[in-house]
Design a protein around this ligand. Structure first.
Ligand SMILES: [Zn+2]
Length: 235
């Protein structure tokens, strides 16, 4: 017997309705991941349009000379955006991360600063975490941007792995100090403009550490930053 795919989908939907990742309302047939209301009304960053008033630039002032910057969402605690970020990280939200990359690049394609970007560099996860999760959400986000804007994603930033002695140090603050320590494993001296990409920016410490790794590797081109969301509660 032949089954109509839509019928099967409707049948499954009766028991497991697809719900909006942000607000939990049941999705309509044409809606994916987010309901129409969340898709259009969640707080958006739009820094790519106003390069001088970017929250990313402001947060990293004096630490990273940010050229261009963009984030899709503004993030505050207990918001719909937090639900989206949680889904991307912990609920196999690989496809959603890529999808938001596509949405982001639809906006980015009109920004002047993106035009000479040569590579996208995702902030890596700890290798153990990457194995557990099966993907790096920042890399998936890059792939969405790559698919639309044709800027290649390069995994050239590596997380430094610590020795047993260091992992034995139990104090949390110690871990906080060293967890974001990166190195570049390729020659990047010929590159003139690159973008560091992460899922969310709060204090900017991760980008600062990534930038320091670029400098240590002899990089002297422009650095831009793209995230899925940027936290608003520090300002
Ligand atoms: Zn919703």
């Amino acid at each position: 017997m032949l089954f109509n795919v839509n019928l099967i989908d409707d049948f499954i939907g009766l028991f497991y309705p697809k719900i909006c990742i942000s607000c939990n309302t049941v999705l309509l047939k044409h809606e994916f991941y987010l309901c129409t209301q969340c898709k259009y009304f969640l707080p958006r960053a739009k820094f790519h349009e106003d390069i001088e008033h970017s929250l990313i630039k402001k947060t990293l002032y004096g630490r990273v000379p940010v050229f261009g910057s963009a984030a899709y969402y503004l993030f505050s605690k207990k918001s719909g955006v937090q639900n989206i970020l949680h889904h991307i990280k912990y609920k196999q939200g690989k496809l959603l991360a890529k999808e938001i990359g596509i949405w982001m690049s639809e906006e980015l394609k009109n920004a002047d600063w993106i035009k000479d970007v040569e590579i996208l560099i995702p902030i890596p996860l700890h290798p153990k975490k990457q194995i557990e999760r099966g993907y790096n959400q920042s890399e998936e986000y890059c792939k969405g941007i790559e698919a639309t804007l044709n800027i290649p994603t390069k995994n050239i930033l590596k997380k430094n792995i610590y020795t047993l002695t260091q992992t034995r140090k139990k104090r949390y603050e110690r871990w906080e100090n060293v967890k974001d320590n990166f190195e570049i494993d390729q020659n990047i001296s010929g590159i003139k403009h690159l973008v560091l990409v992460d899922d969310v920016m709060t204090t900017g410490a991760t980008f600062e550490a990534a930038y320091n790794a670029l400098i240590s590797a002899g990089y002297n081109g422009k650095v831009s930053i793209i995230t899925i969301a940027v936290a608003t509660y520090l300002v």
